[in-house]
Design a protein around this ligand. Structure first.
Ligand SMILES: [Zn+2]
Length: 436
């Protein structure tokens, strides 16, 4: 495992609270593993290359040159030279003056989050959301569409590429502004290869080179991950203060989870971690789309709840209909969602005993049913998990709603692009100096 790509995120003082870039505690980001680590100052942060200075500026903006010198131990002349290189690149700018302590007040430096954009897609089973985001992961232009992932990679990715062009124009940007592309898909992903692997609800996508399709069009870094992983990263990105151990659960058509363990997105040995939807939990006579009987999502996913409500005579084709019935106060729908929550809770109680998270965050379409689903989950988790593991456990709905995926995809690619070593390499490539 590569460990050198670590940079320190220091707590901000709240002055840079616009956007999401300031919402960090004392965490360290490991871009190789797409995670924040709470292990204090890293050796990299004090090496003071332009890439690390940019990182300090991103995390601690606004900051003065003197503060950068103090944080890195570098001479002010060296700081000035390296900051100038970042200013020339448009990544850093003056954001005002600090209070004077006598004499001329020092200039405050800030990260220029508008100096570029990232293109992101959160592809779901039946609907997808695309966006152009600034470099603080704030959406500038968005598009949603009901589209079945089973239409296959050619149809879906052609639509994504065409929509990216339209959204880029809508945001008033050009191809030259695009820094990276982040894609989430509703199935298991080989993160290194950028391909889906035996995705159960994505016929035609198995081993399809998703990343290559974008590389043909955009010569920038491109990352592809599981949709639930990016949602977990999104909720984690937006979290303040952060906790190191978080389980994000998506309850949509199916059920999946993203695990933040010790401040690290836990993908597992082959990227399959967190697939709680196919843990056996429900009645053995209910077959799952994966081919096994009794999977959690075969009884508690949005598709399963809708199926059960249809059997009782309701018009319910999916998660939205379920939520509408619950919000209208329909008793049977409320009971169905509560029962689903209890079953999800039974699997989560085992997960809680195993991982002892501080927060379980619930998202996905069915989570729009809010308290009914949470009540069922809480009931089982608090009853079935150990007293110590639940003593401070919070079970709550996510804060980003249906934007968790695009914001997480943006966070994923932004942290990759602004990895200090990557920034240093690009500055060297642009003949602007660099190195330490
Ligand atoms: Zn299954």
């Amino acid at each position: 495992m590569k460990t050198s790509n670590r940079v320190t995120l220091k707590a901000t003082n709240g002055e840079s609270s616009e956007g999401l870039g300031g919402r960090y505690g004392d965490f360290v980001f490991d871009s190789v593993n797409s995670c924040w680590l709470n292990d204090g100052m890293s050796e990299g942060a004090v090496s003071g290359t332009p890439g690390y200075l940019l990182d300090l500026i991103r995390r601690r903006s606004p900051i003065t040159r003197a503060e950068l010198a103090s944080a890195t131990g570098l001479a002010r002349s060296t700081i000035a030279q390296r900051v100038d290189a970042l200013i020339v690149e448009g990544l850093v700018g003056d954001v005002g003056e600090a209070a004077s302590t006598g004499g001329r007040p020092p200039t405050m430096l800030g990260f220029n989050a508008t100096s570029g954009v990232v293109l992101v897609a959160d592809l779901g089973a039946t609907h997808s959301r695309l966006a152009v985001c600034d470099l603080d992961a704030n959406p500038l232009a968005e598009s949603c569409r009901d589209i079945d992932i089973a239409e296959g990679p050619d149809a879906i990715l052609t639509w994504v590429l065409e929509t990216f062009v339209l959204l880029t124009a809508e945001a008033g940007r050009t191809d030259g502004d695009i820094r990276g592309v982040g894609i989430g898909v509703p199935g298991p992903v080989d993160f290194i290869a950028g391909r889906a692997v035996h995705p159960p609800i994505m016929p035609g996508w198995d081993d399809y080179p998703i990343r290559d399709r974008f590389i043909e069009r955009y010569r920038v870094p491109i990352l592809v991950d599981n949709d639930v992983n990016i949602m977990a990263l999104g909720e984690y990105w937006a979290m303040s203060p952060k906790v190191a151990d978080l389980i994000f659960v998506k309850v949509g058509t199916g059920i999946g989870s993203g695990l933040i363990v010790g401040g690290r997105l836990h993908r597992g040995a082959r990227g399959a971690a967190g697939d709680i939807g196919h843990i056996q939990a429900g009645p053995a006579d209910v077959m799952c789309r994966c081919g096994n009987p009794g999977c959690l999502e075969a009884s508690a996913g949005g598709a399963a709840i809708a199926r059960d409500l249809r059997a009782r005579g309701y018009e319910a084709s999916g998660s939205r209909d379920i939520v509408a019935l619950v919000q209208a106060g329909n008793y049977e729908a409320i009971q169905a969602v509560r029962d689903a929550g209890r079953l999800i809770g039974s699997v989560l109680s085992a997960t809680v005993n195993l991982l002892n998270p501080a927060v379980i965050s619930i998202g996905g379409d069915v989570a729009e049913a809010g308290q009914q689903l949470l009540a069922g989950i809480r009931e089982t988790v608090y009853r079935r998990s150990t007293a110590l593991s639940t003593s401070d456990l919070q079970i709550t709905t996510g804060t980003l709603g249906d934007r968790a995926g695009i914001i997480g995809a943006a966070a994923l690619i932004i942290e990759h692009v602004f990895d200090p070593e990557a920034v240093d390499a690009s500055l060297v490539g642009a003949n602007n100096g660099g190195g330490s």
